[in-house]
Design a protein around this ligand. Structure first.
Ligand code: NAP
Length: 311
């Protein structure tokens, strides 16, 4: 039987990705939506403006996908788990590491599934990159994640508020690939965070990583002021000379200059296939690594004030 699911927060990502992926997947049935603005897709039998009403009023709801901004996810996830629902979390999974830990313990206690989704990890090219790098020492890592915030986040004020993570909102996608493909853990060694004079979240960040072994030259550059062509690339070089490049957000893989994988992105299809397995197996998947790197960058990062930014 299909899992009966509800969506909480019917914004851009819920409409662009969650709704079509659920529609395509026969293992899920969208039966309810909680939207503060009262939005509702046709197939949802139940619609609420307050998610708490949804949790109370729809007893056969098995799981919820929380697609709100991260600042409010913890309370919503708590309420859902206490109501006996399994929970899929959009990225980033919470506002703080302690909140994520709390959700993890609550899911264990409730015997429900908690799933931290990192959509960029669900690309074939990313999985092939992980395989190619397994066991090698990394000499060089260069992450370049530069995009136009005005294009990708029109009118979204929460991303500029404290806890909205600023440029780390897309940057965490790169970090979710890095933490997945690197053969050993990386750590934040240094971070320069550029905060516009009128904002509480950074518009750009330069990061230097270290790793447990080796003296690699490991860096990331995130920038939200990129107009023209957008760049979502990760280049890696191993000590034995293997050169690997993930392009276009992890959808294309080049090894030694040769295109090895070039497949259309089916990230959210992958997410819902994984959620189906987790629900059937009654297990959780909580991957904290990308979120921890962001927290560490804020913890040890140097704050630099830059020109005010207006949308
Ligand atoms: P968004 O368009 O602003 O949508 C978020 C929605 O959450 C709002 O439209 C609102 O929907 C609901 N919401 C807002 N404040 C709330 C509150 N205080 N309490 C409860 N619900 C609230 O943002 P988005 O781009 O969809 O991003 C949402 C999350 O998805 C973020 O964590 C983001 O990082 C992640 N994500 C976004 C993208 C993307 O391309 N946009 C890609 C991948 C992941 P209702 O009025 O319907 O309640």
């Amino acid at each position: 039987m299909a899992h009966k699911i509800g969506i909480i927060g019917f914004g851009k990502i819920a409409q662009d990705q969650h709704l079509p992926s659920i529609r395509k997947n026969p293992d899920f049935e969208l039966i309810a939506v909680a939207s503060q603005r009262g939005l509702k897709p046709d197939e949802a039998k139940h619609a609420f403006q307050d998610y708490r009403e949804m949790l109370k009023a729809v007893p056969d709801l098995e799981a919820v996908a929380i697609c709100t901004p991260p600042q409010v996810r913890h309370q919503i996830a708590r309420d859902a788990l206490l109501a006996g629902k399994s929970v899929l979390l959009e990225k980033p999974p919470a506002a703080t590491l302690s909140e994520l830990q709390d959700m993890k313990l609550m899911a264990q206690k409730a015997g429900k599934t908690l799933f931290t989704t990192w959509h960029a990890q669900y690309n074939k090219a990313v999985h092939e990159a992980k395989k190619a790098l397994a066991g090698w020492e990394i000499k060089r890592l260069q992450v370049t994640w530069k995009e136009d915030v005005r294009h990708w986040h029109p009118g979204q004020q929460w991303i500029w508020e404290a806890g909205g993570f600023g440029v780390f909102d897309p940057g965490i996608n790169a970090l979710s690939i890095v933490s997945f493909i690197m053969p050993e853990p990386v750590f934040i060694k240094k971070a320069d965070l550029q905060f516009p004079a009128n904002r509480d979240a950074p518009i750009a960040a330069d990061i230097q990583f270290s790793c447990a072994h080796g003296q690699g030259d490991l860096n990331a550059a995130f920038d939200w002021r990129q107009t023209g062509p957008q760049t979502w690339d990760i280049e890696v070089e191993t000590a034995n000379g293997l050169q690997l490049k993930l392009r276009e957000g992890g959808t294309k893989l080049e090894i030694g200059g040769k295109l090895m994988v070039d497949e259309p992105s089916e990230e959210y299809e992958g997410i819902y296939a994984c959620f189906d397995t987790l629900l059937n197996e009654r297990t959780s998947l909580v991957d904290e690594a990308p979120f921890r790197l962001v927290a560490d960058a804020f913890m040890i990062g140097r704050r630099v004030q830059v020109e005010a930014f207006e949308d």
